[in-house]
Design a protein around this ligand. Structure first.
Ligand SMILES: [Zn+2]
Length: 320
């Protein structure tokens, strides 16, 4: 009988035991033929529940996190290069930090830091708090990271508005210099947590789709599209039994709906023993000795909540 030799922590890049879950049609891009409108319908389905239930934040915080996940999924799907799109919200409210990101290939993850006592206090006076109330005063940062040798493009705005949908639409309308429409959804349904996003942007009429339209006709077409989009209900977008094609058809069948190739979404934590052991190696011997309990150091990944255990002897640490 041979016993497998355990590989040293710094070489062990195996993924923790987290669900290997892929939702093949998580994002459906679309445009409206002969109209200056393009958009994305995001429905992570059961993946939402898998991502949210690994965290022990209160439900109102998970709900906000679900909306943030749907938003970054929509925005990452328009990346033209390899990279990731992230949203970071930092404020003085009960949720002091919310981080969500999605890679160009649809790998999603999030982390929320909330004060349970403050959340309970807010819920006592306001059972349905807005994103603005949860986050408080602070800022939102949207960033695109396209790899180690590139600059991170980051846009930072003050938290304004009630909902995350409004905050995002305001930010993109300002920074992209064209109209954007964003609606985010997240609820705990009978089948578990579900989230969704419908995001549309008004593209330039010159030289693109909608070339034949006058400015006024283009504005009218945009107006019609957003009016129709407003009729999408949470019940519809969060219903697993309705396909995305059906939903889009219901909304835009009379507006020249053209659907693109669906894109996948997946469970996207990037932690590994190798990565965390690398972090531990930057600590001093003293710190490591303090972190060890009965000879074992435990590191918890804040994105997937997986615990990694290291024998104190596995980590050399920084001498000095
Ligand atoms: Zn992780």
């Amino acid at each position: 009988m041979t016993t497998p030799i355990p590989s040293p922590a710094f070489l062990d890049s195996s993924r923790p035991d987290t669900p290997d879950l892929v939702v093949p049609q998580g994002i459906v891009p679309f445009y409206l033929d002969q109209r200056p409108v393009r958009g994305r319908l995001v429905r992570p389905g059961v993946l939402t529940d898998t991502l949210l239930t690994r965290h022990d934040n209160p439900d109102v915080v998970l709900r906000l996190a679900g909306e943030a996940l749907a938003l970054v999924a929509a925005l990452a799907s328009s990346l033209k290069f390899q990279g990731s799109f992230s949203l970071q919200a930092k404020g003085d409210g009960p949720v002091s930090l919310l981080l969500a990101d999605c890679t160009d290939s649809g790998a999603l993850r999030f982390h929320a830091r909330s004060d349970d006592a403050q959340v309970a206090e807010l819920l006592a006076t306001c059972p349905n708090p807005t994103a603005g109330q949860l986050l408080g005063k602070g800022y939102l940062a949207f960033s695109v990271d396209q790899g180690p040798d590139t600059d991170i493009h980051q846009g930072i705005v003050e938290i304004t508005g009630e909902s995350l949908s409004d905050m995002a639409a305001h930010y993109f309308t300002t920074s992209e210099q064209h109209a954007c429409w964003v609606r985010l959804f997240c609820e705990k349904t009978e089948r578990g947590w579900r989230a969704g996003a419908l995001v549309m942007e008004k593209i330039a009429s010159d030289g693109g789709i909608g070339t034949d339209l006058s400015t006024e006709e283009g504005d009218d077409a945009w107006e019609t599209a957003t009016t129709l989009a407003t009729t999408l209900t949470a019940h519809e977008i969060l219903d697993d039994d309705l396909s995305s094609a059906t939903l889009l058809h219901r909304l835009f069948h009379a507006e020249g709906l053209m659907m693109g190739q669906p894109r996948a979404l997946a469970f996207g934590c990037r932690c590994s023993r190798a990565r965390l052991s690398g972090i531990l190696e930057t600590f001093t011997l003293d710190d490591l000795d303090h972190m060890a309990q009965d000879g074992t150091i435990t590191m918890n990944c804040s994105f997937c909540n997986h615990s990694f255990h290291f024998q104190r002897g596995e980590i050399a640490g920084k001498s000095a």
